[in-house]
Structure formats: C-alpha cells, structure tokens
Design a protein around this ligand. Sequence first.
Ligand SMILES: [Zn+2]
Length: 113
Amino acid sequence: MHELSIVMSILDIAEKESAKNKAVQIDEIELEIGELSGVDMPAFDFAWQQAVKATRLEAAVKTVNHIPGEGLCMNCEAVFPMHQLYKPCPVCGDHFITILKGKELRVKSLVIN
Ligand SMILES: [Zn+2]
C-alpha cells in the first residue's frame, strides 16, 4: 500500500529527529500534505494508526495541513487553482503547466518531550 510506505518514511524521519534530541516521546507532529501529492487521506490515517503503535509517535497529536494545488501556465502565465494533475490551463487550454503548490509531503514540525 502506497500510503503505508509514506507513513513509514514519516515515522522514520520523526524517530531519527527525536533520537537525535534524546526524546522519549513525541507530543505533536505537524505534516504538510499537498492536494496533488497523490495521498489518499482515509488510507493514510488508517496506515498511520497501525504504524505508530509502540513507537514514539503512538500518543502524538497529528495535525495535517492540506496545501491546495496551484499551477502556473507556461504559455500565458496564468496562475490557477489545480485540483488534479495533468489538467490543461483554464485560460488558454495549454498543457505546459508548472506546479507551484500542492506536491508537498513533509514533516513540518515535531514537538518532543
Ligand atoms: Zn494558459
């Protein structure tokens, strides 16, 4: 499952950070997940609940910041909200789009103890 491997890599980052700081427990974790990152949130949450058992993150409060997608058309330079990948520019119909926002998938902050 795609989401489980994402969760495992987040746990890995969190474990390494907390070990570096000699933390025994992580109280809070804040994540940034973009609209265009391809993460299925129900699957992500399910995988999360399974994966955090017996880790420093078991009792952590998880906050997810959802980053809306935003694209820039390379043809007409329009900036527009993007809810799906591979959508043409809504202004000129061009397919040459640069994604400005929405691909984020990262740990923004950890509160450790
Ligand atoms: Zn355009």
